[in-house]
Design a protein around this ligand. Structure first.
Ligand SMILES: [Zn+2]
Length: 335
């Protein structure tokens, strides 16, 4: 195969130790877990500290960053030149314990982001949850910065957050500026803007067993970035596609769109001159492109370069997949 010819690209997971993590990702992502609590599997990441590498075919071992440099036009199609780095960061999370209550910066009206800070809107698709699982997304009415400080000090902050018991298949939207947390043995797929800026408000009294100390909080910075007027966070109602019965739109926001695809018969995947990402949540099958097939297993993440156009997915049995589109606006802030 010529070096210039792209094909469906499977990426290797990068596991992350987290004090709140567990062992459930072993049953989801195909490669062996390292020892200890594993909270995150980064499944597509264009970051210098954790760069995803291709796991199949002639480009095996190349990082997503090297592909963005060497194959920008073939990879990104109409979006070529819009993003220096791949604009989304994709992960599976296993929150055995509660994650810290946190907030990511956004684009508040009239308030430009501080130098070096990048916006992060994120969203979760619940993969697995139990009776003790909990998701916190947004503030209950009546919260003010002063009250939040008091609730953090007296340990009652969680009582003032909107929360619910998640169920597998649910979609949860966390726009930038939303106070959020999750835990109690919940496994989610996480889609977010490619940014690592997080401010912790509260950490449930956790002590990091690696350091023997609580983790640092950034209460002042967090309070300055909370969108107190925001009401878009929380459970979403997916929209069925009238023309494609296997397809429902779960998230539709400026930084990304995400569909759920469920079928036991072949269906189209991929975009016209646009890249798409496929995440296999349940079942197995094959991507068919240009007379070749590529076996897809549960827990795998595949990038369909723009050059490929629309491909076919051939399920072996019923599959549950996610398909992700990048920002459609070419005015998006490049990472
Ligand atoms: Zn977050």
């Amino acid at each position: 195969m010529a070096q210039s010819s792209l094909y469906p690209l499977r990426f290797e997971p990068i596991y992350q130790y987290r004090l709140w993590g567990g062992r459930q990702l072993a049953g989801l992502v195909g490669t062996p877990l390292p020892n200890g609590p594993v909270g995150e599997a980064w499944v597509l990441s264009d970051r210098d500290d954790h760069a995803s590498t291709v796991g199949n075919g002639p480009l095996k071992g190349q990082t997503i960053g090297q592909l963005m440099d060497g194959f920008q036009k073939q990879l990104m199609g109409k979006l070529a030149g819009c993003f220096r780095r791949f604009p989304l960061l994709l992960k599976f999370l296993d929150a055995h314990e509660m994650l810290s209550v946190q907030v990511h910066p956004g684009y508040p009206a009239g308030r430009p982001l501080p130098e070096g800070e990048k916006a992060k809107t994120e969203a979760w698709v619940v993969i697995d949850a139990g009776k003790d699982s909990r998701i916190y997304a947004g503030l209950k009415p009546g919260a003010t910065p002063d009250r939040l400080r008091r609730w953090i000090t007296d340990g009652t902050l969680a009582d003032h957050l909107a929360s619910f018991t998640p169920k597998p298949g649910e979609g949860v939207f966390i726009p930038a500026g939303t106070v959020h947390a999750l835990g109690g043995d919940v496994v989610v797929f996480e889609i977010q803007q490619n940014s690592d800026t997080t401010f912790r408000l509260y950490d449930w009294g956790h002590v990091d067993t690696k350091t023997g100390k609580p983790r640092a909080l950034q209460v002042d910075q967090a309070l300055a970035r909370i969108d107190f007027a925001g009401d878009a966070a929380g459970l979403v109602n997916p929209i069925l596609d009238a023309t494609a019965p296997e397809r429902e739109l779960v998230f539709d926001c400026e930084p990304f769109r995400l569909w759920r695809l469920r079928s036991d018969s072949p269906f189209p995947v991929g975009g016209v001159d646009l890249p798409r990402v496929l995440v296999c949540v349940e079942g197995t099958g094959q991507i068919e492109h240009d007379g070749a097939t590529y076996a897809v297993e549960r827990g795998e993440v595949w990038l369909l370069p723009a050059d490929l156009g629309v491909c076919r997915f051939l399920p072996r049995h019923a599959v549950n997949m996610l398909e992700i589109a990048l920002p459609s606006s070419t005015t998006s802030i490049a990472n």
